[in-house]
Write a protein that binds this ligand. Structure first.
Ligand code: CA
Length: 236
């Protein structure tokens, strides 16, 4: 994932299975979170955005299929990769699962290597933009090979943090990130930094991007955080 560790959320109420999955996914190098209830997962996913969700069908609080349906109706999670875990022999449910918007499904009981292969395949498939050498948004271009950014053909000089911040936002255009999400995604979740630091770096990024320009690609979402998309606003 472009140097970043992919984060996987497991939503599963059978604790032994949840532990087994966590153990094996962590051994593969993923950053893993687990939630045992559907409603808790719903809340969690409004706060954070993992790279992939392994979602059990039958859950207390809110069923996996209902959660999946909800996730697909929200802009931020519309294309979030989801692997559904279903019980054996439920062909009609399997079909319903995919119709609800899961990207893939695995029938229980399954082999761990099989699930790991599905996870790898889905992450690869769902992340072409994160693998690309160049990210483009309107007139802004970010070249990952040369680590260079330009706007309208003119080079923009960015510090390393501003570069990573821009790269992170451009990988996910249109998504609104809270300061906490940006700290996790850009600085890493092990680092303790004040959330206001995010504002400082967004400010610097803006200044560099918008120098001599009329429009501002970065949107401040009051009470929420920041996003970037091609509907550039007015630069202040
Ligand atoms: Ca279950």
């Amino acid at each position: 994932m472009n140097g970043q560790v992919a984060q996987i959320l497991i939503v599963e109420d059978e604790e032994p299975l949840s532990l087994l999955l966590r153990y094996n996914l962590e051994a593969e190098g993923y950053n893993v979170e687990t939630v045992a209830r559907g409603d808790d997962a719903d809340t969690w996913l409004r706060e954070k955005l993992p790279d992939l969700v392994v979602l059990d069908w039958m859950l207390p609080g809110l069923s996996g299929i209902e959660l999946c349906r909800r996730l697909r109706t929200r802009q931020e999670t519309k294309s979030l990769p989801i692997i559904m875990l279903t019980a054996r022999g439920e062909e009609s449910e399997r079909v319903r699962g995919l119709a609800t918007g899961a990207d893939d499904y695995v029938v229980k009981p399954f082999s761990v290597p099989e699930l790991l292969a599905r996870v790898r395949a889905l992450l690869r498939r769902s992340k072409p933009e994160r693998m690309a050498d160049t990210l483009t948004l309107g007139e802004i271009e970010l070249d990952r090979v040369k680590r260079r950014v330009s706007r309208g053909g003119r080079d923009i000089d960015l510090g390393p943090t501003e570069y990573r911040l821009l790269e992170y936002l451009m990988e996910r255009p249109g998504r609104v990130f809270t300061r906490e999400q940006l700290l996790d995604g850009v600085w890493g979740s092990d680092v303790y930094i004040d959330e206001r630091t995010v504002d400082v770096h967004v400010g610097r990024l803006r200044k560099a991007l918008n120098r001599g320009r009329e429009t501002d690609p970065i949107r401040t979402v009051r009470g929420s955080g920041y996003s970037i998309d091609d509907r550039f606003g007015k630069a202040s």
